[in-house]
Unconditional design. Structure first.
Length: 108
């Protein structure tokens, strides 16, 4: 079979896109309801996705989470700290680290 797409084209055409969803309902309401009230994080990135969140801090103004960030250009996952606006769920800040960068810093 002839492959008409370059490696770069195939990466652009990929459909893997993950995002973070936040629920404000308590667990009892989630179990009873047949409809989930999910607030999806809003961001403009098309070259990466975010998954596997771990909550660090939640205040009235922001949500801070650790996530896996996968960047297509790097073709690698890495750990990122995200700051998300709680009122509108807009991504405000990203701090990313690659595991090998952290290990090298610890060994220095």
């Amino acid at each position: 079979m002839l492959n008409i797409f370059s490696k770069k084209d195939r990466m652009i055409l990929r459909s893997d896109m993950w995002n973070l969803g936040f629920m404000t309902d308590d667990i009892a309401d989630v179990i009873k309801s047949d409809k989930l009230n999910i607030h999806w994080m809003k961001h403009s990135y098309t070259d990466r996705w975010f998954a596997d969140p771990y909550l660090l801090e939640v205040t009235d103004k922001q949500i801070v989470v650790l996530v896996e960030e996968f960047c297509y250009k790097l073709r690698k996952g890495r750990i990122a700290r995200l700051v998300v606006s709680r009122p509108d769920y807009v991504l405000q800040e990203i701090d990313s680290w690659q595991v090998d960068e952290v290990v090298e810093e610890d060994q220095a």
